[in-house]
Design a protein around this ligand. Structure first.
Ligand SMILES: O=C(O)C1=C[C@@H](OP(=O)(O)O)[C@@H](O)[C@H](O)C1
Ligand SMILES: C=C(OP(=O)(O)O)C(=O)O
Length: 442
């Protein structure tokens, strides 16, 4: 599936005419949807996903699983508010097949272990950027666990996994300091390996721990037995016992990281944004926004209906380690550029290997609007300055586009290049954004 065609189109980011007052229904979580698809495909009985995210990353995941023989039927619930559902019908996994990963970290990392269980070769390819994103942790580990993989020796895409119908599994050491998705990938397919899997992270730091917790929670919810450091096991070791997985009926939570720009709008413009169905308990990293955006000047109330977030228009700088919640960095940087004091964002050197080098991209784009951002070894220093309009380039990175839109609320004349790149995880972004601001958007 090709990304959008016109990558140079400019979208005039609407400014906020006054305080916002909106309820924004945020579509489902990318991370939950793509884990749920993989687990349902590996189950021993059909399962349901309700309110799945329909975006480039999740459609690529569904397409890849279908190419390997999994049935995924789409429908719309008849009850009011029930929304879309996908019914996943597992089957034997078949090759030969070709998988387009686009630039989806979850697809490029979660599916090679699944492909190792198929009965033939599965070829993986993707966008040019996918060739640069690290995959060595998954490739090397799968080889140790018994898989045959042809790649060009760089530890990256493109590659072919020669599925042998089953995989030995067992213990493996990996360095997952460049992406937590290496750990999640091996755990998700682990119950289907003959000996299960024991993953030991031997690298320096491990980013995005909430996403690993999400993997563990979702595995347990479909009947897998998982031992973790938090459940009394060794530090940095996760163990999954072999066994059949159940087909479940799962309703996908709203994507809290994609709620970020809307909450940020209340911080920047003042006013109130309500996000219905914000879960009371969740492993999503976006839940940390309640604390981070409160420290930056807002206040929030979590009710049974959802999250009500209120801003006064005053924004304060923040000094924060975002290592656990790296995907929130672009949106926090955008808000920080509009604050009344400097910010230091730390613990996110691995963002240089995300959709784009996010530390370089944020520095360049905010500075080109008159800002004062410097890159550090593991993050950003942001000293707010009066910004002016200009083109905000997005590097085919959905979170760069939403970061630019946040700045555009307060700065006249910001034009977002290729806002359609938000389709990676939030295809409705421009409409949701102008809807939040009122029908004419300004
Ligand atoms: O497992 C997941 O769903 C994700 C894990 C994180 O990846 P990294 O650990 O590579 O940052 C996160 O940034 C990404 O958006 C989604
Ligand atoms: C890093 C991200 O995505 P991916 O799943 O492609 O790694 C992200 O969505 O911020």
């Amino acid at each position: 599936m090709a990304p959008n065609n016109d990558q140079t189109a400019l979208w005039p980011a609407p400014t906020a005419a006054g305080a916002v007052d909106a309820t924004v229904h945020v579509p489902g979580s990318k991370s939950v949807t793509n884990r749920a698809l993989v687990l349902a495909a590996l189950a021993s009985e059909p399962g349901w996903l309700r309110r799945p995210l329909r975006s480039r990353d999740t459609l690529l995941m569904a397409g890849a699983l279908r190419a390997m023989g999994v049935g995924i039927e789409e429908g719309v619930g008849t009850e009011k508010g029930s929304g879309e559902f996908w019914r996943v019908i597992p089957s034997g996994l078949h090759g030969p097949a070709t998988v387009d990963v686009g630039n989806a970290g979850t697809v490029m990392r979660f599916l090679p272990p699944v492909a190792a269980l198929a009965d033939g070769p599965i070829r993986f390819d993707g966008d040019p950027r996918s060739y640069e994103r690290p995959l060595n942790g998954v490739i090397d580990a799968l080889r140790v666990l018994g898989a045959r993989i042809d790649d060009d020796g760089r530890g990256a895409l493109p590659l072919t996994v020669h599925g042998g119908g089953a995989l030995d599994g067992g213990p493996v050491e990996i360095d997952a300091s460049s992406s937590s998705q290496f750990v999640s990938a091996l755990l998700l397919s682990g119950p289907r390996f003959n000996m299960g899997v024991e993953v030991r992270h031997i690298g320096s730091s491990l980013p995005s721990m909430p996403h690993i917790r999400m993997t563990v929670d979702m595995l347990r919810a479909v009947g897998a037995q998982v031992d973790t450091p938090e459940s009394g096991g060794e530090p940095n070791v996760w163990r999954v016992t072999p066994g059949a997985l159940l087909g479940r009926d799962l309703t996908v939570e709203p994507d809290l990281s994609n709620a970020q720009p809307f909450l940020a709008a209340a911080l920047v413009a003042g006013g109130k944004v309500v996000v219905p169905d914000w879960p009371a308990r969740t492993t999503q990293p976006g839940d940390r926004l309640r604390e981070i955006f409160t420290e930056m000047g807002g206040s929030c109330e979590l009710t049974e209906y959802g999250l009500e977030f209120t801003g006064s228009g005053a924004i304060h700088g923040i000094d924060v380690d975002l290592g656990e919640v790296g995907e929130l960095t672009p949106g926090i940087a955008a808000v920080a550029a509009l604050a009344d004091s400097p910010s230091t964002l730390r613990g996110v050197s691995h963002l240089r290997l995300h959709e784009t080098d996010r530390l370089a991209a944020l520095t360049k784009e905010i500075n080109e609007l008159g800002g004062d951002v410097t890159e550090t070894a593991d993050g950003l220093h942001i000293r707010p300055r009066r910004l002016h309009g200009g083109i905000f380039h997005t590097y085919e990175d959905h979170r760069m586009a939403t970061a630019g839109a946040i700045i555009g609320l307060a700065v006249e004349g910001v034009q977002i290049e290729n806002v359609a790149t938000t389709a990676k995880t939030l295809p409705d972004f421009p409409d949701l954004w102008t809807g939040m601001l009122g029908s004419d958007g300004a």
